[in-house]
Design a protein around this ligand. Structure first.
Ligand code: CP
Length: 303
């Protein structure tokens, strides 16, 4: 039985197969409409979510399966003190596969170690968000036609941004991907990721001003400064509007640069950018459904 805790749990070859399957699902959805008939997905979300939870639920419904779950720790027995280990043993009696989001780093891993069913990490604290990374990679592969030979800028909260951590890990395995990290000093990419890139001799640089690097980028991955990860409100307020991508900054970019964002967006991308054909963050959400369908089929060994 396989779980997904980290995008590195799948080899590059396995990811290729997963993305081929997702592409086939996009083209031929009717072929997959009953593949999960009789199967149940449990969504155990101890932290708020719109996209991840609802795209998992949509994915399972599109496959002909059913969904159970909770969307808030307060409505589960976690509020009475039940541990994640006990909860997953209970959920294993009800469902065939579980997607879990938790504010504590490592909680889905604890669940996986006690689980009788595949567990998918749907985001654990400031650590990892592997299915967002699968979404990001499928979006890049589908719209750029490749997962190598480009320069990607990652902008915003690189310190606490779990989508950034997972994406940097995953892209470090593809050839000739160069990284530009754009953040204020307080939200720099963690040291362990810088060391990983140094060890692999992968080119990267760190800058503070987005304007200074816009013309170099093939992809720009914007992120939100996350209020929920800050220890004090004062620091959050000081940093929350540090970056705002607007039309003037987009004018500095290449004609075929793509803008991605895991969403939710707050102020970091002005709504005037939404109509720019290079802004693909809402297309990205649709790719998230296809790739989660492919993942459910793969982990249930129904692919
Ligand atoms: N991208 C993402 O994880 O969004 P949600 O928090 O809405 O699930």
């Amino acid at each position: 039985m396989r779980h997904l805790m980290n995008p590195m749990d799948f080899s590059v070859e396995e990811l290729d197969k997963l993305f081929d399957l997702a592409a086939d699902i996009e083209k031929n959805p009717e072929k997959y409409a009953h593949k999960c008939a009789g199967k149940k997905l449990a969504t155990c979300f101890y932290e708020p979510s719109t996209r991840t939870r609802l795209s998992f639920e949509t994915a399972m419904l599109n496959l002909g399966g059913s969904v159970i779950g909770f969307s808030d720790a307060g409505s589960s027995s976690a509020s009475k003190g039940e541990s994640v280990s006990d909860t997953i043993r209970v959920i294993s009696c009800f469902a065939d596969i579980c997607a879990m989001r938790h504010p504590k780093e490592g909680a889905p891993m604890v669940a996986a170690s006690r689980s009788g069913i595949p567990v998918i990490n749907a985001g654990d604290g400031g650590h990892q968000h592997p299915t967002q990374t699968l979404t990001d990679l499928l979006t890049i592969r589908s719209l750029k036609g490749r997962l190598n030979n480009f320069t990607i800028g990652l902008c915003g909260d690189l310190k606490f941004g779990r989508t950034v951590h997972s994406l940097v890990d995953a892209l470090s395995r593809y050839e000739n991907v160069k990284f530009v990290f754009i953040s204020p000093e307080e939200l720099r990419i963690p040291g362990y990721l810088r060391e990983m890139l140094w060890d692999k001799a992968i080119t990267f640089k760190e800058v503070i001003r987005l304007e200074d690097v816009m013309d170099e980028l093939d992809l720009l991955y914007m992120t939100r400064v996350q209020r929920e990860r800050f220890f004090n409100e004062e620091d959050y307020v000081r940093l929350k509007d540090f970056y705002i991508l607007n039309k003037a900054k987009m004018d500095l970019a290449k004609e075929d640069m793509l803008v991605l964002h895991p969403l939710p967006r707050v102020n970091e991308i002005s709504v005037e950018v939404d109509d720019d054909p290079r802004a693909v963050y809402f297309k990205q959400v649709q790719y998230g459904v296809y790739v989660r369908m492919a993942l459910i089929l793969t982990l249930l060994e129904l692919a």
